[in-house]
Every structure is written in structure tokens, then in C-alpha cells.
Design a protein around this ligand. Structure first.
Ligand code: NAD
Ligand code: WQD
Length: 341
């Protein structure tokens, strides 16, 4: 089977490409490099010893996207391409709706015109909003999102579900990721945020490597054991494996289906901070800051459905996640760049 991976140069996409190649899939990557670096593609080839084609294409450009489909003739698509910075989406809603929703509509049209009807989509726990139940199962109703980024995921889920309902040739799997962290054990690929990191582990990693002074902990007055927020962190390589299992499943199913991909275990901000200190062998600085707007106190999943249907279970614990994040960051202090950009 040949898989067209949109956003395959990005953090989760590059790890999934490694997993796909190691499992014997053929791949081709479509990415406009708007939030990634071409070096990630080279490093995926280095890790796996396998070659594949790369199309530097914005999925909003239908003609160029069509060209990639014509040349590559894929059997399925894994769709990672999208903008993902929550705060930026509040500042630039039109750009987010345009890129994420417009891009996905283009992709659906292009797929249909080229007879490709299997798609796995990167959704997010953010679609649950302030969740009605903890742990969060897939039956938990989708909620009100607090930002345009979240709404793009919410709406793309609906668009893909409706597409599968209207035409039985389509098979759609929506994967709702919880909080991906960690990196490939080689330390050759990992998360490389542009500018000041929005997410917890990339921020701690930059403190550990000396690029930032101290972690700001957003709120220590939540109703949780240590007062800081609890999240369900998942190793990016576990997450990548989840995509391959979803691909195995897509051939056996009809219509659309949705799965949580998380560990089912919650860790507080301070637990992650201390696990990272242990991983890097240093004492790091932190300071308590006010709560961040839009944060929910507790979020972790019920992983039972992914286990039962896909046979998916996470393998890596928080210590391993932090050790691998540190391995990547210490070997690549400025990510794929040589110095601060
Ligand atoms: P990322 O930014 O590293 O990867 C996304 C990739 O898509 C980048 O390489 C970027 O250049 C590319 N891209 C963006 N817009 C494009 C366009 N119009 N055309 C072509 N390429 C485009 O992000 P990631 O963390 O790897 O996330 C991958 C997907 O998973 C995203 O859809 C994201 O919303 C979703 N997701 C991420 C998280 C997370 O915490 N990282 C959680 C839940 C869901
Ligand atoms: C985790 C915890 C912060 C940074 C986000 C998106 C979500 C999904 C995953 C894409 C929270 C705290 C963070 C910092 C801190 N992405 N924190 N200091 O908010 O759970 O989820 O990424 O779909 O949609 O919202 O992840 O890593 O930003 O935060 O104290 O400098 O760490 O308050 O409690 P979040 P995160």
C-alpha cells in the first residue's frame, strides 16, 4: 500500500513516516514546510534507510495537489497538514479556517477525483472542549471549543463524517490525540517549535538546554492534588504506531470511526517537570504564573476503544517520554537549525 502523508515533515508526521516505512508501507510526503524543515525528511530517510518522494506543496493549491496525486497514485491518505498554534489561531482566525478547513476540502476533492477514498485524520482532544466526563471516552459529546484552532478540528471531523455518510466508497478514521511528547530514540527527529514554545515539554526542554530561563507554570490553584493541570501525555512513537494500526483497520471497516489516542493516565505539570529534571540530570528553574486562558483542569482519555478495536496500547511511560525529548533537544539544541532563529 502507498500512503500519501500530508504534513509529513512535521513533528508527528515525520515520526509516523518512520513507522510506516519500517512496517513496509510505501510513502510520499506533501508538505509546504510552513512549520517544518526539509531536514526532517532527510533524517527520516537516514533512520529507515529507505527513500521516498517529497512534494513541497501547499494543500490549498489544488492544481499542485492534483499533480502529486497523479504522479503518486496513493491508496490512502494520512492527513496531518494544518496550523496548530492555539494562541495564534485566536489572532488569525481567517488564516486558520482557510488553511485547515480550506486545505482539507481541497484534499477531499483531489482524493475523490483520483479515486482515493481512505483517510486518517489528525484530530485532537480539544474537540471535547471542557469534557463532560473524565476519563474521556469517544462517546463523550463534543464540546464548545475555546479557540478557532479547536473549531477547525471540530468542523473537519464533521465534514469527513458527512462525506463518508454520503458516499459509501469513503472510509474515514478520526484520531483524537491527547498530548504528544517525546522523540524518536535516535535523537534525529523531534519537535522543533518556531519562536517561544506554547507547549509544556518543548518549553521545559529549552530551559534544560539553556535557551530559556525558567518554566512558567500556568496556575497552581486548580482542584488537583498539586494544584497544577493534569494531561494525558503520549509518546510520539506510540502515537505513530497508532496510525499504522488505524491503517490496518481501515481496510476492514466501512463508513467512519473515531478513536482516542492517549495513555489513559494523567500527569500534572509539576510531575512532568520533575520527570524531565530526572531525565536531564539537572535542577531546572520554574515560577508559578497565573492560569492560562482556556485551560481545563483535568484531561485524560479512556483508551479502551483503541485497545479493543485497533489493538493499540501505549508502551512508553513519562520517564521514557522525557528521556527521549531530552535526547533530541540535547543533540539538537536549536532543533533542525544551527542557532537561534
Ligand atoms: P507540525 O506543525 O509539526 O506539523 C504540521 C505540518 O503540516 C508541518 O510540517 C507544516 O509545514 C504542514 N502544513 C501546515 N499547513 C500546510 C498546508 N496548507 N499545506 C501543506 N502542509 C502544511 O504539527 P504536529 O504537532 O506534527 O501536528 C500534526 C497534526 O496533528 C496537526 O493537524 C495538528 O493539528 C494535529 N494535532 C497535534 C497535536 C500536538 O499536540 N502536536 C495534538 C492534537 C492534534
Ligand atoms: C499542558 C499543560 C498548561 C506551557 C495543547 C492544545 C491542544 C493539543 C495539545 C493540538 C497545561 C501547562 C504549558 C507552559 C505550563 N494540540 N503549561 N507552562 O494545552 O493540554 O494542549 O496541545 O491539538 O489542542 O491546546 O498542552 O502542552 O500547551 O499544556 O504550565 O509554558 O502545561 O497550562 O496545563 P494543552 P500544553
Amino acid at each position: 500500500m502507498k500512503i500519501l502523508v500530508t504534513g509529513g515533515a512535521g513533528y508527528i508526521g515525520s515520526h509516523t513516516c518512520v513507522e510506516l516505512l519500517e512496517r513496509g508501507y510505501e510513502i510520499t510526503v506533501v508538505d509546504d514546510l510552513s512549520n517544518s524543515n526539509k531536514k526532517a525528511i532527510e533524517r527520516v530517510k537516514q533512520i529507515t534507510g529507505k527513500d521516498f518522494t517529497f512534494h513541497e506543496v501547499n494543500i490549498c493549491d489544488k492544481a499542485k495537489l492534483d499533480e502529486a496525486f497523479e504522479v503518486e497514485k496513493p491508496d490512502a491518505v494520512i492527513h496531518f497538514a494544518g496550523l496548530k498554534a492555539v494562541g495564534e489561531s485566536v489572532e488569525k482566525p481567517v488564516e486558520y479556517y482557510d488553511n485547515n478547513i480550506g486545505g482539507t476540502l481541497n484534499l477531499i476533492r483531489s482524493m475523490r477525483e483520483h479515486g482515493v477514498f481512505n483517510i486518517i485524520f489528525s484530530s485532537s482532544a480539544t474537540v471535547y472542549g471542557d469534557p463532560a466526563e473524565i476519563p474521556i471516552s469517544e462517546n463523550c459529546p463534543k464540546g464548545m471549543c475555546t479557540n478557532p484552532y479547536g473549531w477547525t478540528k471540530w468542523m473537519i471531523e464533521q465534514i469527513l463524517t458527512d462525506t463518508a455518510k454520503a458516499d459509501e466508497r469513503w472510509k474515514v478514521i478520526l484520531l483524537r490525540y491527547f498530548n504528544p511528547i517525546g522523540a524518536h530514540e535516535s535523537g534525529l527527529i523531534g519537535e522543533d517549535p518556531k519562536g517561544i514554545p506554547n507547549n509544556l515539554v518543548p518549553y521545559i526542554a529549552q530551559v534544560a538546554v539553556g535557551r530559556r530561563e525558567a518554566l512558567g507554570v500556568f496556575g497552581n490553584d486548580y482542584d488537583t492534588p498539586d494544584g497544577t493541570c493534569i494531561r494525558d501525555y503520549i509518546h510520539v512513537c506510540d502515537l505513530a504506531r497508532g496510525h499504522v494500526l488505524a491503517l490496518d483497520h481501515i481496510n476492514k471497516m466501512t463508513g467512519s470511526d473515531v478513536f482516542n489516542l492517549g495513555s489513559g493516565r494523567g500527569y500534572s505539570v509539576m510531575e512532568v517537570f520533575h520527570a524531565f529534571e530526572k531525565a536531564c540530570g539537572k535542577t531546572l528553574k520554574f515560577e508559578y504564573k497565573p492560569r492560562r486562558a482556556g485551560d481545563i483542569p483535568v484531561c485524560y482519555c479512556d483508551p479502551a476503544k483503541a485497545k479493543k478495536v485497533l489493538g493499540f496500547e501505549t508502551q512508553f511511560d513519562i520517564n521514557r517520554m522525557c528521556a527521549d525529548s531530552w535526547n533530541w533537544q540535547s543533540k539538537n539544541p536549536y532543533g533542525y537549525n544551527e542557532c537561534e532563529q
